[in-house]
Design a protein around this ligand. Structure first.
Ligand SMILES: NC(=O)c1ccc[n+]([C@@H]2O[C@H](COP(=O)([O-])OP(=O)(O)OC[C@H]3O[C@@H](n4cnc5c(N)ncnc54)[C@H](OP(=O)(O)O)[C@@H]3O)[C@@H](O)[C@H]2O)c1
Length: 272
């Protein structure tokens, strides 16, 4: 068991959704918490300023220099990092045929490179502290999802990176883990990029019926404390991962059917 009490926990992308919930739950568990997002106003709106246990920092994780200065600021305040949760992420909803290639690059820059940069700069102190590196991945990191080519590529890249890093660090006392939430209520679908790279500004799902970000955050922090290897959170997710391994052709058909049925699905273009 690895207690989060008094640990320095760094969370990227914490101004909404799962990251915000992770930060608030880590504070409840007695951690000192450093959070970043691009928009400082949003961070200040969701976290109490003046709380000595939280550090708010404006950083764009797709920029290496921002990741370095963020981790440096955490080290200057608290002497180093125990736990890094690479959570910042954006999604997309557009066919590859229609999407500007820069959409794929932006998703790789944020979801994959953000993870690599923050992990690189936090690793020396995490090694010293025998801490944890976590990636908030997705089922899209196990199974490619249509109209989300860039998102799937970035999450596969994240998981491959973390699995390799986990194996490198196997005998160091550092635990590397990735977690795959199912559909969770958050802002991720509103900010998903459309074909031209603009935010789509709507969600095709009924967000009220999804897992709450708070429940998702508790599962992730419990998994860090139990030093898990990886977590697939929902039954639907577990079934998808399992079926993709054993019956990949059937998985193609079922995943296609699921995403074709979404309101306004880009896949309808190929059905005419
Ligand atoms: N919600 C789901 O259904 C679901 C399912 C599976 C996996 N996930 C994963 O969960 C993670 C969190 O997503 P969420 O659902 O909580 O979405 P969200 O509510 O949209 O939160 C995303 C957070 O990331 C920040 N962010 C985005 N780009 C950033 C950048 N370049 N640098 C720094 N911060 C950045 C956003 O703040 P700013 O815009 O102010 O920077 C925001 O705080 C993502 O990695 C996502 O892929 C979500």
């Amino acid at each position: 068991m690895y207690s989060l009490k008094d640990k320095v926990v760094v969370i990227t992308g914490a101004s909404s959704g799962i990251g915000e919930a992770l930060a608030k739950e880590a504070l409840k568990r007695g951690s000192r918490v450093a959070v970043c997002a691009r928009n400082m106003d949003k961070l200040q709106a969701v976290f109490e300023t003046g709380n000595e246990s939280i550090l708010l920092y404006a950083a764009d994780v797709s920029k290496e220099v921002d990741c370095k200065t963020f981790i440096d600021a955490v080290s200057a305040k608290w002497g180093g990092v125990d736990v890094l949760i690479n959570n910042a992420g954006v999604s997309m909803r557009a066919l590859f045929e229609d999407a500007d290639i820069n959409v794929i690059k932006e998703l790789m820059d944020i979801n994959f490179w953000g993870t690599a940069y923050c992990s690189k700069y936090a690793l020396p102190s995490i090694l010293r502290n025998k801490g944890n590196i976590t990636g908030v991945s997705s089922i899209a990191g196990y199974r490619g999802l249509p109209a989300r080519t860039g998102y799937s590529a970035s999450k596969f890249a994240m998981q491959g990176f973390l699995e390799a890093l986990r194996t490198e660090l196997l005998n160091t006392g550092v635990n590397v883990m990735w977690v795959c939430p199912g559909f969770t209520a958050s802002n991720i679908r509103n900010t998903a990029r459309n074909a031209s790279g603009k935010v789509q500004g709507e969600t095709p799902l009924d967000e009220g019926k999804l897992m709450s970000a708070e429940t998702c955050a508790k599962i992730i922090l419990d998994a860090i404390e139990k030093k898990k290897r990886s977590i697939v959170m929902t039954g639907q997710g577990k079934l998808t991962v399992w079926m993709n391994k054993l019956l990949p052709g059937l998985a193609d058909k079922l995943v296609h059917k699921h995403f074709l049925a979404e309101p306004g699905s880009p896949l309808q273009k190929y059905e005419r």
